[in-house]
Design a protein around this ligand. Structure first.
Ligand code: FE
Length: 342
């Protein structure tokens, strides 16, 4: 027997009504963020204004948030994990605390090499790890690739932070992806031989050490240098005067890139709202903010860089698919250890 016209009409009326009720119940999203509150809150407030979706924000260090997600398991209130470094995104995927999603908006806004092949995480801002050198005593042509920093005859002292730092682990994983395990290990051995001091301090500390004459060359992410450029402190201005930024591997593959990004928690009770948030963060408003406020690079190719970031100039970025870091992350730590990079 066919359903009556009345029933069909009734169904047509009630389904949209139920759907909109479901949406209003779901109009909230719980965020675990390794990005500091002041870097993310203005964006989240704009998201709420535009969508009516309210948010709750818990901030913490990346590894601590991951531990928390693991411990909370299915009971976790988290809908979205926002974190920095592809190494942390990969670790969250491998720990099973994220779920895969697909979205035409995300696929359109984010180039494929800046998102997980399986949809577990999406890059939201790009960051570049580069080489810095002392203007008064280093010939930039001798240090203009990652490979040159490991040459036995380099004659310059290289400063870099510890191998426990995720930025270095991701750089090492990228070296393995490009050169294979054996050559990457040789590179790490050569680099360690050129260390000017025992690895210590943070990225800014490496740049300062070059200015202070403790090293000739430093490895650091560009936004730390941008912060020094923007600083009103005369001591910071002196550092910028003495130390130059160099984009590595410009004649070849381009410089090593990394990401901040987000994924939807496996425990998410508000998947639609969580996805709407990540889509918003990949859109024009948020992407422009990442560049203007955080001194990082938009992943969305439709959005230009601005502010200090554009003052630092254009460069060729490595287009290595950052999903490949996953294959090499544990190997990277082992090889750095073998090379004596502490
Ligand atoms: Fe950082």
């Amino acid at each position: 027997m066919k359903p009556s016209i009345f029933l069909t009409l009734f169904a047509l009326m009630i389904v949209p009504a139920l759907a909109s009720t479901a949406t209003s119940h779901a109009a909230e999203v719980n965020i675990y963020s390794a990005r500091q509150e002041h870097l993310i809150k203005p964006l989240l407030d704009t998201f709420t204004q535009q969508t009516g979706i309210r948010y709750r924000l818990l901030t913490g260090k990346g590894p601590a948030l991951l531990e928390r997600l693991k411990n909370e398991g299915r009971n976790s209130p988290a809908d979205v994990l926002i974190t920095v470094d592809v190494g942390n995104l990969v670790a969250a995927k491998q720990a099973g605390v994220l779920q895969p999603v697909s979205s035409q908006i995300l696929d359109h806004n984010i180039p494929s090499h800046y998102r997980d092949d399986d949809g577990f995480w999406y890059g939201l801002s790009a960051r570049s790890r580069v080489i810095f050198y002392a203007k008064d005593r280093v010939d930039p042509a001798r240090v203009d690739t990652w490979e040159k920093l490991a040459e036995p005859a380099l004659g310059y002292r290289v400063c870099v932070r510890s191998s426990s730092n995720i930025y270095n682990q991701s750089l090492m994983a990228a070296m393995i992806a490009h050169h294979g395990e054996e050559k990457a290990l040789d590179w790490a051995f050569g680099l360690v031989k050129n260390f000017g001091r025992k690895p210590q301090d943070n990225d800014t500390g490496q740049i300062r050490a070059v200015a202070a004459g403790e090293c000739d060359v430093a490895i650091a992410n560009t936004y730390y240098y941008a912060r020094l450029m923007a600083s009103a402190d005369p001591a910071d201005q002196q550092v910028v005067e003495k130390v130059a930024l160099l984009w590595p591997n410009q004649a070849g593959r381009g410089t090593h890139m990394n990401l901040s990004g987000a994924g939807i928690a496996r425990s998410a009770k508000h998947v639609d709202a969580a996805l709407a948030l990540i889509e918003f963060l990949s859109g024009e408003t948020a992407q422009a903010f990442y560049s203007a406020q955080n001194n990082e690079y938009p992943v969305n190719p439709a959005v230009p860089s601005s502010g200090i970031v554009s003052e630092m100039g254009d460069f060729k970025a490595d287009t290595l698919n950052l999903s490949d870091i996953e294959k090499h992350s544990s190997q990277a730590i082992r090889l750095m250890d073998r090379a004596g990079w502490r």
